[in-house]
Structures are given as structure tokens and as C-alpha cells.
Design a protein around this ligand. Structure first.
Ligand SMILES: C[S@@+](CC[C@H](N)C(=O)[O-])C[C@H]1O[C@@H](n2cnc3c(N)ncnc32)[C@H](O)[C@@H]1O
Length: 945
């Protein structure tokens, strides 16, 4: 008798036990029903010309209908390609196109997810045997896709004989007609091949588990008992989850197979202690050798073991451990696992290149090169020792980081991408470098923000002193009026010192500077890109013919003749420029419209050396990483004061650059972290270098300085505004006044200290040293264009990838970098990649007991230090497995009857907690332990205990 094909084995079984249950659970069927419905499918297919050599997509969820469709395809002589209907439609379309399927089978419920004209199997009748297509055991039975290292997934073509070698008399997992085999794995997983055909070839019952049960460890465990499951396969990740939650879940299972990734000894120990299954097997193997290649029965775990061996070859499989030159390695040596025998795939579907690279001839035998490393133990069992390439397993799925990298770089706006898989917690992290964008977008955003948000309340308040939009970065509240008055007065005083006659103010806003100064000038032009600001200011300048208001962007100097002004003012506007290059463009044009001897006043500039300190002070509670993240994603242009003395190398017209601290006694972000600069055009007649004294002085400052001849300076005075102790800069300005002198106070090399130069008020201060430097302009500034990309690109890419790739290929975190770190030989330096950016840099803390508890649980499950209530669970490392873990922990903390609230619909702590509160779960803290927990939690958020 010739060897049978897979469908023939099932049909014969149906002939032997027609009334036995073949499928139980979703879509219950007897063997007769299964066989006869599959006949109907085969006949429909044959009528459409499907037969030997055809490939048919089967897109249905786990169910009796799915198995009917698969069996029907085989009976028609074709092979099936299983497609999970939960995949994004673009991924489904890609798979169908890549595999060049002849037809797709589905049901009406899913038909709109499939391209072309799928065949819906609803309301199928039963039929007698279809015409025999003459399939042989070496013909393809199915194509199973896995992640591909070249960026494209690869479909392994599995012949009938390979599946039969897995499921018939395989000697290591005997399945008989009395068995009840769970079908709980994803249908795209090769393990489903074992579950489905293992059961049906033996006349056993295949028990189909719906997704809701699989995602919920406790319900899953309960179902194992109530459905009397005797054989079960699980990914090692899910085994870990159940082992941690319900370790006695498997006590009633006869054979439990665990695989897909490293099996952890700790979980095995817990399960063996709590309720050992009849047999517990570690089952190893790649799809290319049809599900299982090696197996190991775990009876106990030695005390120090961390993992479990993969054991011995399954019957019909040859395993060779070879070195790089395809020679067998010696005993105790590590080699790469090569697999051969009946289970081998025919190759990769429509990919001769990949087939030739991975299916190789060694001493006359055809072997599959796994990329897995292994070593024989003393007892002859094999240990798995990781991979020789970057391939990883996540939740049992094979993941080639290169495939995800290719998917990322194919998206618009991405120049480069690196993807790394981490094991604890298991997730994919990606780093991307965006393509360089122009500043247009950033300028447009600021303009919209001003017009539509900042200046919305512009009509209220005092029109002569309109401080709309001046808000605290810490609280978002308006800055106190008294502090604003002090700041405006100090700035106006500084501008008056420049004796302005003809002024161009760029970004004049509500006219805080223009209104007190314009009447003292011949000409005062104010420009601003906010039409709303200028519309509000217009009536205030109606009686001032010298004032002209122009609605335009800062870099628009059109219609302004050269040498028109003697002062250009840019106060508190530069921080909204998109880049240092935009600033330089504005300065170049400003220099042109200035007369010789004119000046540019740049006020309220934010200090780059103090940026980190600013973010720390802004109350970011997420520690160092979040401060670094805040700096990296800083949306404003923040400048190193050293830029200004260096400007002369690019603008020879600039004869002098003075940097000064902001004046004022108020303690706020303006006085602490900001400064002013005056650039003068043309040669400057300054006095010579002052005599410098170093801090601390030798006595009372007033006494020491009184004896000196100006100009003189004091260096390195600790700035009380920043250093906590030290001298307040205002004290030095006051001291200068008492001495009848003027003082210029700028930052020291250490930005927590200042340098003060004292000179006669009537004589110019000593010329500030001009510096040339090897630094490029960009080195002196933050990069708002990049920051905008860093903020928006990651979430956008995650959304786009989620719409086109299966869940396990979507990185949990996508960090945007200006460039990738490289090793000395030009490769990406994986070790130098920064920690992935998890969550928003500013922590939004929990406000209620529920939020607090939920946030703590998320943080624990995701392995992150803290979770902000606005963080999206799936943006900070969450996936469906972790969602199940979260629910499990919530049940322990809140209420054991907690329903499986859908984290997918409520992905933030805030939304999730609100749903819990709505369901009345907060008071559900039950038992003494939980009451104590509740009291502690309430105390932490300041609620009454
Ligand atoms: C914080 S206000 C300062 C207003 C005024 N200079 C002062 O000191 O009171 C900043 C102003 O600059 C304007 N602005 C910001 N970026 C600009 C740009 N790129 N071009 C033109 N105006 C801009 C805004 O509309 C806003 O009115």
C-alpha cells in the first residue's frame, strides 16, 4: 500500500469512527460531519479549478469551520495558507499577494478583510468524496509564514509527509482516540499543525478554545479541567504566565508540551510542585522542520538549573551540531543545529534564494540550517544555547528584527531604523532616525498655538499691560502680574540704555515693550506672525504715527530697506524659532537693516547649559531618564550663551556681543534660566581687559571693590538664584550703584555662578572677547525640528505598523534619535543605544486610589519604574499577554470577580481606572489584606484612610 496523504488519514478515521466528536467547542462536529463538509469544500474548490499545485488562503478564526476548510483544501489536492483574520487587513493583503494564493476561503463575517473575491463557506452542506486529485505525500500540504531576516516574511512549504511524521506514531507524544487535544494556539503558528492534525489523525477530539479564554489565565485553567483536556501545547511565555498565576492548572492534563522559546526552570519547578501533569515535555523545533525536532521530558529540575534541555531528536529527525565549515563539533563544543529527515519543508515558497541559503547539502544529506546554537550534555541530551543571528522568539513567535527594521524604513519620514528584542520583559524596542524636515511645520504650529490658544483670552485685562500667554512652565498658570511688571520694567530699562530712535521689534506680541517705548522713538515697527496679537494691539497705537504693525514671520524682511533701524529687538520670541539656522537667517537680515553702530537686543533667551536643571526643577518625577528625555524632546530653541561671542566668525559685521543675566528679585524661571544678549554692529571702542578677581573675595565685597580702579571684574560668584546659597545677582547690581559704577553680569563657565564686570557708567564696558570655535552653530542649540519629530514620529510609526503587521512585530517602544551611535568600524553600536523612551517625559501622577493601584500594577508588569496616568499601555511595552497579567494582578488587588476589562479600548491608567470605578470595583477591596492595602494607598494619594 502506498503511503497516505494527510487528508486520507483523517478520512479513514472518519470511516472508522463516524460518530465520534472530531471538533468540540467552537463549531462542534463529528468525524462524519467534518469529513463530508470538507468534501463539499473540496468540490467547490475543484469546480473553481483549484487542484494540485494550488495554494488557498484559509482566513477564519479557530473553529470547526477552519478545520473543515483546511481539510477541504487538502482533499481538493491543494495546500492551505492559514491567515488569522485578526491580522491588519494590509498584512492579510500582503500575505495573499506574496504567496500568490489562487483563492481565499473565509466566512461572510471576515470577507471584507480579504482582497479579491474570497469564497465564503457559510451554510455549507455535506457531500460525498470529491474526485481524487492524485496528491502524493511529498506534495505541499500547507505554507506557514514566519518572520524573515531580509525584511520579508518567509513561507515554509510543508509537505504531507512532514505533517504525518509529526503526528503519526511519533513515539514521543502518543495521541489516541480517547484524547482531548486543546486547540488554543494561533492558527499562524506551526504548533496549530500539531494540535489539529495530531488530534484528527488519531481519531481524538480537538477542543477549540476561543480567544477570550486564552487571554485569561484563570478562565483558561478552569476550562482545561472542565473540558477534560488531556494534551496541550503552550508557548513558554504563556506557560510562565499560567505557572505564576495558577500553577496547579495542569494537574489534570496527561501531556503538556511547552516550547517556542526557552523554558524556564523556575516555572517548571512551580508547576511540578503544585500539580504535575502526566508528562511535561520541552518541545523544540523550527517551522522549517515541521513543528518539533527535539523533545525532552522534564521529571524534575536540578536546584541550580535556569533552563531545561531540548533533549533528543524526535523520531524521523536527524540533528547535527556543525561548526562554521559544516564539520561536526567535538564533545562539549558549541555548534549550530542542522536538521534533516522526513519533517523538512520543501523550501521557502517562491524564494529560491532564501531556500538555497538555509537548506544546504552536507555529506549528501539535505539539512536545514537553524541558526540555533547547541551543545550535548553528558547524558546525550541537547542544550539550546541561543542564536547565532539576531532572530528571537517573542510570545512564541519568531521575530527577525531585520523584518521590523525594513518595515520601519519603508515608512515616510524614516531614514534609518534599528530593532532590538529584549527578553526581560520580552518586547521589541526600535530606534529610528527621521529624515531631516524643514522648519515650516514647527513655525506653523507655534503660529496656530498663538492664534488659537495663547491669545484666545487677549481681549480681557489691561490693554496697556497685556500679559496674556505668559504662563509658568511648571504649573501652566499665568505668571504673577507683579513678577511680570518687574520683568517688563527691567527689559524696557535695558532697551532705553541702548538709546533707541528707530526700532524694529520682531514678535512684538501684545506690545509690552512697544507701548512704553514707542512714544520715545522716531520709528517703531512691530512685526508678529500672530494676526490676533496685532489686531489686539492696533487700537492701542492709534495715536502713534511712528508705529507700524506688520503681520509676518520673523524671517520675513521684505520691503525693509537696508540701514533703516538702529535697534532690532527680539524679546522672548527666539525660543519659538525652529532651529539655530532660522535664528542665524533672521540675524543676517537684521544686520542688513541696521545702521552702523546699531544693535540687536535678544531678550529672555533660554539657557542650554541650564536646560537639564530647568527640567529637573520643572518637577519631572521620573528621574534621570525622564530629565534626559525632556531635554531631548525640548520643543523650544534653547541656546548656549557661548554662541554669541562666536557669532563674529560668521557675521564679521558684529563687533561686540554681551551676555547678561536677567534682572529682578523675583524667583522664577525667567530670572533663573534666561538671559539677554546685545549684539553691536561695527567696531566697538571698548576699554581694555578688566582686572579680574576670583570669588571668594578677601573681605566684604563692598570694601574690597571700593579700593579698585574700574574697569574690574569678579569671577565665579555662586549664583544664589541657582546654587541655593551664594550671592543674588541683584545684590551686585545694587553694590555697583552704591559704588557709583555700572555692572554687567553674565554667566561663568560654570552656569551656577556669574562673572560681574564693573565700569564707569559713562564709559563703555570692556569689550567682550570675541571667540572663534570649532563648534558648528547647531552645537550651541536644541533642535526643535527634531524634538517635534521625536514627540510625534514614534506614536505615528507604531500606529502605522500596527495597521500592517501582526502584533508581535510591532515594537513596544520606538525611540527617535538624531543619529545612530556607531562603532569604530562603522556598524551600529547596539550597546551605545540610549534606554528606550518609555512614556511622556512629564509624569502625570495618580489622583485616586484606583489610579494609584492600577499604575503600580502596570509598572510592575511592564518592568518600568513608573507609569503616568496618560501613558498608553501599548506604547510603553504592553501586549496582550501582559494585559492578561495586569488583569490577573488587578483581581488580586481589587476583586477576584473583576471582569476582563478591555485594555485595548481603555489603554490609559486614567481611562481604565474610571471604568473600574464605574463598575464599583474600588470598594471591592476585600479581606483584611486588601483593606490594609487600601488604607496605605489612600494615605499615599491624600484621601481619607
Ligand atoms: C512671548 S511673546 C513676546 C512678545 C514681546 N516681544 C514681549 O516681549 O512682550 C512672543 C511673540 O512672538 C511671536 N512669534 C513667535 N514666533 C514667531 C515667528 N517665528 N515669527 C513671528 N512672530 C513670532 C508670537 O506671536 C508672540 O506674539
Amino acid at each position: 500500500m502506498t503511503a497516505p496523504c494527510l487528508h486520507e488519514v483523517v478520512s479513514r478515521q472518519a470511516g472508522r469512527t463516524p460518530d465520534a466528536t472530531a471538533i468540540d467547542g467552537v463549531g462542534t462536529l463529528t468525524y462524519r460531519e467534518l469529513d463530508r463538509r470538507a468534501n463539499a469544500v473540496a468540490q467547490l474548490l475543484q469546480a473553481r479549478g483549484i487542484g494540485r499545485g494550488s495554494l488557498v488562503a484559509v482566513c477564519l478564526p479557530r473553529s470547526g469551520d477552519l478545520v473543515v476548510a483546511m481539510l477541504g483544501v487538502l482533499k481538493a489536492g491543494a495546500a492551505y495558507l492559514p491567515i488569522d483574520p485578526a491580522l491588519p487587513p494590509t498584512r492579510i493583503a500582503f500575505l495573499c499577494a506574496d504567496a500568490a494564493v489562487s483563492l481565499a476561503l473565509t466566512s461572510r463575517r471576515w470577507s471584507d478583510r480579504l482582497p479579491g473575491d474570497p469564497l465564503c463557506l457559510d451554510g455549507l452542506s455535506e457531500k460525498d468524496d470529491p474526485p481524487d486529485p492524485g496528491t502524493t505525500p511529498s506534495a505541499p500540504a500547507c505554507v506557514m509564514y514566519t518572520s524573515g531576516s531580509t525584511g520579508r516574511p518567509l513561507g515554509s512549504v510543508i509537505p504531507h509527509r512532514a505533517v504525518l511524521r509529526l503526528v503519526r506514531g511519533n513515539g514521543f507524544v502518543p495521541i489516541t482516540a480517547t484524547d482531548r487535544v486543546a486547540h488554543a494556539s494561533n492558527i499562524c503558528f506551526d504548533a496549530s499543525t500539531f494540535e489539529i492534525w495530531g488530534a484528527l489523525a488519531a481519531g481524538a477530539c480537538l477542543v477549540v478554545f476561543p480567544d477570550e479564554l486564552v487571554l485569561d489565565p484563570r478562565s483558561f485553567a478552569a476550562e482545561l479541567r472542565s473540558r477534560r483536556i488531556s494534551s496541550l501545547w503552550l508557548t513558554s511565555a504563556y506557560f510562565d504566565l499560567i505557572g505564576a498565576t495558577v500553577p496547579d492548572a495542569f494537574a489534570t492534563v496527561d501531556q503538556l508540551l511547552v516550547g517556542g522559546d526557552t523554558v524556564h526552570a523556575s516555572t517548571v519547578r512551580a508547576v511540578l510542585a503544585a500539580g504535575r501533569p502526566g508528562r511535561l515535555l520541552n518541545a523544540y523545533g523550527p517551522t522549517e522542520n515541521t513543528v518539533f525536532s527535539a523533545w525532552y521530558e522534564v521529571r524534575d529540575v536540578p536546584p541550580h538549573a535556569v533552563t531545561v534541555p531540548i533533549g533528543f531528536p524526535v523520531p524521523g529527525t536527524e540533528i547535527q551540531l556543525l561548526d562554521d565549515r559544516l564539520r561536526p563539533v567535538g564533545p562539549d563544543e558549541v555548534g549550530e543545529l542542522y536538521l534533516g529527515g522526513e519533517g523538512l519543508a520543501l523550501g521557502y515558497h517562491r524564494r529560491p534564494d532564501a531556500t538555497a541559503a538555509r537548506f544546504v547539502a552536507v555529506a549528501g544529506a539535505r539539512l536545514f540550517r537553524t541558526g540555533d546554537l547547541g551543545r550535548y550534555r553528558q547524558d546525550g541530551a541537547l542544550d539550546h544555547l541561543g542564536r547565532r543571528d539576531r532572530q528571537v522568539k517573542l510570545r512564541g513567535f519568531r521575530v527577525e528584527p531585520a523584518e521590523v527594521e525594513a518595515a520601519l524604513t519603508a515608512r515616510p519620514g524614516v531614514a534609518q531604523a534599528v530593532v532590538v528584542a529584549r527578553r526581560e520583559p520580552a518586547r521589541l524596542d526600535a530606534w529610528v532616525v527621521p529624515e531631516r524636515a524643514t522648519g515650516e511645520g514647527v513655525v506653523g504650529q507655534w503660529r496656530r498655538l498663538y492664534d488659537e490658544v495663547t491669545y484666545r483670552g487677549i481681549d480681557g485685562g489691561d490693554p496697556r499691560f497685556n500679559i496674556t500667554g505668559w504662563v509658568s512652565s511648571y504649573t501652566g498658570e499665568p505668571l504673577p502680574e507683579a513678577e511680570m511688571r518687574e520683568q517688563v520694567e527691567q527689559t524696557v530699562a535695558r532697551l532705553r540704555e541702548l538709546r533707541p530712535r528707530r526700532v524694529l521689534e520682531i514678535g512684538c506680541g501684545t506690545g509690552l515693550l512697544l507701548l512704553p517705548l514707542a512714544s520715545e522713538t522716531e520709528t517703531y515697527w512691530g512685526t508678529d506672525f500672530s494676526a490676533v496679537a496685532l489686531a489686539g494691539l492696533g487700537p492701542q497705537v492709534a495715536g502713534l504715527p511712528q508705529v507700524r504693525l506688520l503681520n509676518r514671520r520673523a524671517d520675513d524682511f521684505s520691503g525693509i530697506a537696508g540701514e533703516t533701524f538702529d535697534l532690532v529687538v527680539l524679546n522672548s520670541v527666539v525660543q519659538h524659532f525652529p532651529s539655530v539656522h532660522y535664528l542665524l537667517r533672521v540675524l543676517r537680515k537684521a544686520v542688513r537693516v541696521l545702521r552702523p553702530g546699531g544693535a540687536i537686543f535678544l531678550g529672555d533667551l533660554r539657557s542650554l547649559p541650564l536646560l537639564e536643571e530647568f527640567h529637573r526643577s520643572a518637577g519631572s518625577r521620573r528621574g534621570r531618564q525622564a530629565v534626559a528625555e525632556g531635554v531631548r524632546q525640548e520643543p523650544e530653541l534653547v541656546l548656549d550663551p557661548d554662541l554669541f561671542p562666536a557669532l563674529a566668525q560668521w557675521f564679521p559685521e558684529i563687533g561686540d556681543a554681551r551676555v547678561q543675566l536677567r534682572r529682578g528679585w523675583a524667583d522664577n524661571e525667567l530670572t533663573h534660566f534666561r538671559y539677554d544678549v546685545v549684539l553691536r554692529i561695527g567696531d566697538q571702542a571698548g576699554t581694555g581687559e578688566p582686572e579680574w578677581l576670583d570669588w571668594p573675595l578677601d573681605g566684604e565685597p563692598a570694601d574690597v571693590l571700593r579700593g579698585l580702579v574700574p574697569p574690574f571684574g569678579v569671577r565665579g560668584v555662586p549664583n544664589a538664584r541657582l546654587a541655593g546659597s551664594g550671592v543674588h545677582p541683584e545684590e551686585f547690581w545694587r553694590l555697583a550703584e552704591r559704588l557709583g559704577l555700572a555692572a554687567e553680569i553674565g554667566w561663568s563657565a560654570d552656569p551656577h555662578a556669574f562673572d560681574a564686570v564693573f565700569h564707569h557708567p559713562g564709559t563703555p564696558a570692556p569689550a567682550s572677547p570675541q571667540r572663534t570655535s570649532a563648534r558648528r552653530p547647531a552645537d550651541y542649540a536644541t533642535d526643535p525640528i527634531f524634538a517635534e519629530q521625536a514627540r510625534t514620529l514614534g506614536p505615528r510609526l507604531r500606529r502605522e505598523l500596527a495597521a500592517s503587521l501582526p502584533d508581535h512585530l510591532v515594537p513596544s517602544v520606538i525611540t527617535v534619535l538624531p543619529r545612530l551611535p556607531l562603532t569604530s568600524n562603522g556598524k551600529v553600536d547596539l550597546d551605545a543605544l540610549p534606554e528606550p523612551a518609555l512614556g511622556a517625559p512629564t509624569l502625570q501622577p495618580a489622583r485616586s486610589v484606583t489610579e494609584r493601584a492600577v499604575a503600580e500594577i502596570w509598572a510592575r508588569v511592564l518592568g518600568v519604574p513608573e507609569v503616568s496616568v496618560a501613558d498608553n499601555f501599548f506604547d510603553i511595552g504592553g501586549n496582550s499577554l501582559k494585559a492578561a497579567q495586569v488583569i490577573e494582578e488587578l483581581r488580586r488587588t481589587f476583586d477576584p470577580r473583576l471582569p476582563l476589562v478591555r485594555l485595548f479600548d481603555l489603554p490609559t491608567v486614567r481611562a481604565f481606572s474610571a471604568a473600574l470605578d464605574d463598575r464599583g470595583c474600588t470598594p471591592g477591596f476585600s479581606g483584611e489584606r486588601n483593606r490594609g492595602r487600601l488604607r496605605r494607598a489612600r494615605r499615599r494619594v491624600g484621601e481619607p484612610g
